[in-house]
Design a protein. Sequence first.
Length: 127
Amino acid sequence: MAPPSPEERMQILKMLQEGRITAEEANELLNALEASSAPEPLRSSHRARFFRIVVEEGNATKMNVQIPLGLIRVLSNIIPRDALRVGQGDDEHVLDLDAIIRAVEEGAEGKIVEVEDDDTRVEIFVD
């Protein structure tokens, strides 16, 4: 696997700068990126799989990020619960990341989550 790109590192540092994650969480993410760049043994018929999160507000895409499935379990331990909230008031939903991970481990593919409120849509795919 290729080493982490400068864009991936900058995205983590930007989240730190914006106060969305702590310095400790940023360090864990950077370490996880480094660990994921270590070469994996070749698998004959196994293709790389990614967890893709798309957040749209109105007609604009606010986030479109791909994360190797191998990193998801690590990230699930450091993502604040508030970051998994979508919507407000009666329309608020909290994404159950553990249930999503279990579904992926059991073979789920394609769009596995779609949450929408007034002008925000969150979609999670396994590619």
